[in-house]
Design a protein around this ligand. Structure first.
Ligand code: GLU
Length: 464
């Protein structure tokens, strides 16, 4: 972790489990962290929470990194929890020798039975710390039966006697939600290590946050309830807890949570659908906040409006149609320089490419849609709209009036002026048949711009 500057005023981390592709909701978390770090001149750590070896893959991790970079997030450093087990083992040993991490042998059924009993007695359904009463002999017996313990962290919610818990408030001033309070007596001692010896997320996360000098933990509000126990764990490991911020989550339009397993709204699929990274960034950050949602042309513009506390407290519905609207307005502003390479990849290059881009950008939702208009200009009209039979003669007459070369931006006005004078047609009755003959579509870019791009020879070939 030598790349991390521990003197940096702010260090944040984005800590996905590489068990699937990230979606727009994960991008929200990554961006809140990234923008916060940018605002404070701090560092952004990409930390793969890959302790679950059965579900995590290197391929998912690489895809996540690629997606982040495509969005415009370049991590200052990258860490893998699967390479840091020594640090977690050392912390677990420290807690064990301080008596703060204790072995428990209950099965899931036993815990469930006790939970029901407590509820029946109108007691809070939290773990009653029964394992603390086990003698060395009890434990040896369990072990002899082949039972392995899971390990719980003893929350500091009592004075002398751990069986006499008392209200113990933990406070933090949430960057997003403002002052928060949780009572450690209202929760069970969290399990940190499973029976098979694997770690749940809590301990590795806190150990890493300490060792990586994370100053601000910004994440979804589904983690609010974990924060009290995590703060206690920071203290048990003799560290100050960092600051916390919990932003609202995004849901689908029907209100379901987004999942890494549903690929539909993954960053990768939005990218291959042709969305601009900034339209995703704009929506991922601004939706469900006090700011209005609009297309920010670059990360710098987003940075200007971003404040963590702009996020509202309730979940925000993500509407893919809104994303298309943002993309459209971004595409309308893209300069030729910004798209030159991508157009070239589509075969749109050469002397006319820039004029072509400026002619079509206002009529497309996605940069890739330019290919359709390039075909219309270069090859042939679409066959979406057909000329009405009664307009055929009019169009033939109009084509006979096409001016000679050279053609420029005035050609369309001159030509249609002459057609109007000769035929008496005007308005839509004049323009629509010409548009259909030239492009095969009822709407599209300004014909004044398209006509010189199509050029005289190709235009003549389109005479009906
Ligand atoms: N790996 C955890 C998650 O994906 C990280 C939570 C956190 O930021 O602390 O939910």
């Amino acid at each position: 972790m030598s790349e991390i500057d521990k003197d940096s005023p702010v260090t944040v981390r984005f800590a996905p489990s590489p068990t699937g592709h990230i979606h727009i909701g994960n991008a929200r978390t990554a961006l809140f962290n990234w923008l916060y770090a940018q605002k404070k001149g701090g560092a952004f750590v990409l930390r793969f929470d890959d302790t679950d070896a059965t579900r995590s893959t290197v391929e998912f991790a690489e895809a996540i990194e690629e997606d982040l970079r495509w969005l415009g997030i370049d991590p200052d450093s990258i860490a893998w929890q699967s390479r840091r087990f020594d640090a977690y083992d050392a912390a677990a040993e420290r807690l064990k020798s301080a008596g703060l991490l204790y072995p428990c042998y209950e099965s899931g059924e036993e815990l469930e039975r006790r939970r029901k009993l407590r509820l029946a007695r109108r007691l809070p359904p939290v773990y009653g710390r029964e394992a603390l009463r086990l003698t060395a002999r009890d434990k040896a017996e369990f072990e002899a039966q082949g039972r392995r313990p899971h390990w719980r962290f003893r929350l500091p919610n009592y004075a002398e006697d751990p069986f006499e818990t008392r209200r113990t408030e933990i406070h933090w001033d949430d960057l997003v939600r403002g002052p928060q309070t949780v009572d450690l007596a209202s929760m069970s001692d969290p399990v940190l290590i499973r029976e098979d010896g694997t770690y749940l997320y809590t301990l590795p996360s806190v150990v890493d946050d300490i060792e990586m000098a994370v100053t601000h933990i910004i994440r979804g509000d589904d983690h609010v309830t974990n924060t009290g126990a995590q703060i206690a764990l920071f203290h048990a490991l003799e560290s100050e807890a960092p600051d916390f911020g919990h932003h609202n989550l995004l849901t689908t339009s029907t209100g379901e949570g987004l999942s890494k397993r549903s690929n539909a709204l993954s960053i990768g699929s939005l990218r291959s659908d042709g969305y601009e990274p900034m339209s995703i960034n704009s929506l991922a950050v601004l939706i469900g906040t006090s700011q209005s949602v609009s297309a920010m042309p670059a990360m710098g513009a987003l940075l200007e409006v971003f404040r963590p506390d702009m996020a509202s407290k309730s979940a925000a519905k993500f509407d893919p149609a809104e994303l298309t609207g943002l993309n459209r307005s971004l595409v309308h502003q893209l300069t030729f320089e910004q798209v030159r390479a991508r157009l070239a990849d589509m075969g749109i290059a050469g002397g006319r490419a820039e004029a072509f881009w400026m002619a079509v950008r206002n009529n497309i939702d996605f940069v890739k849609d330019a290919a359709r208009w390039w075909r219309v200009v270069e090859v042939e009209p679409e066959d979406e709209a057909k000329l009405d039979p009664e307009d055929r003669e009019f169009v033939r007459e109009a084509f006979a009036l096409l001016p000679p070369d050279p053609w420029d931006g005035d050609t369309w006005a001159n030509w249609t002026g002459a057609v109007k004078a000769a035929t008496g047609r005007k308005g839509r009755a004049l323009f629509m048949p010409l548009r259909i003959a030239l492009t095969g579509v009822r709407s599209g870019p300004e014909l004044a711009d398209l006509l010189p791009l199509i050029g005289r020879a190709r235009t003549m070939a389109r005479q009906p």
